[in-house]
Design a protein around this ligand. Structure first.
Ligand SMILES: Nc1nc2c(c(=O)[nH]1)N[C@H]1C(S)=C(S)[C@@H](COP(=O)(O)O)O[C@H]1N2
Ligand SMILES: [Mo]
Length: 203
């Protein structure tokens, strides 16, 4: 009975014009939170975890988990869009803004390459991760981010396809020349705007 109620409500929601406006072309809405990982889930202990900023910087920065968690936190409620065509509305996160991490860092970077435990990488223009557009998220729905979803901490860049939101992120490399990341070098679009349907190289 409860299930029937939920799916009726959900069908109603999918056809609601407000939600249709928030669904990029070719996407469908889901209430699940699918897991998409190119390899096994790495498990890094918090006492060895760190986050670093490297690359074309005057001085590298490093935060231990405790130092990272002492930084100012933001609550973020956003829609997310996976290139495999699911979109999920109103996901709620807590995280540290990339603006906060970059504060006071002298650098000549134009692009950011996110490096993750397990070797995954993804590339983003710096202007797409600054100005309140991206975070390192550590909580989802009020709970510590589950390892399958990138815990202890992942990049969250909701305005681009979700493969740009690198799970298990450990290092942000600032570079002046763009370099395609893992999926970008396998044929996915270099930028990945869901509203322009930039799924693959030639889109
Ligand atoms: N490190 C890492 N980050 C990753 C991936 C991955 O395989 N490894 N997959 C990406 C892809 S393709 C998507 S759609 C989202 C999926 O996040 P989720 O599993 O939390 O839904 O994570 C992205 N970040
Ligand atoms: Mo994806």
């Amino acid at each position: 009975m409860a299930g029937g109620f939920i799916s009726r409500g959900f069908r109603g929601r999918r056809h609601d014009p407000e939600f249709a406006d928030r669904t990029p072309p070719g996407q469908y809405l889901t209430r699940d939170f699918p897991v998409l990982s190119a390899g096994p889930t790495p498990r890094t202990r918090l006492d060895t975890w760190d986050l670093r900023i490297t690359g074309e910087v005057e001085a590298e920065r490093r935060w231990s988990w405790n130092e990272f968690r002492a930084l100012p936190v933001e609550n973020i409620t956003v829609d997310i869009h996976c290139v495999t065509k699911w979109s999920k509305l109103d996901t709620s996160w807590e995280g540290v803004s990339i603006d906060t991490l970059l504060e006071g860092i002298e650098h000549s970077g134009e692009y950011l390459i996110a490096h993750c435990d397990g070797g995954y990488t993804t590339n983003l223009p710096l202007e797409d991760v600054t100005g309140g557009k991206a975070w390192i998220a550590f909580n989802y729905d009020g709970e510590p981010l589950h390892p399958e979803h990138g815990g202890p901490a992942r990049l969250l860049v909701p305005h681009l396809y979700f493969w740009k939101s690198a799970k298990w992120v450990r290092r942000l490399e600032l570079v002046s020349e763009d370099q395609p990341g893992f999926w970008e070098s396998l044929g996915y679009h270099n930028y990945g705007d869901p509203w322009q349907e930039q799924r693959y190289w030639n889109d």
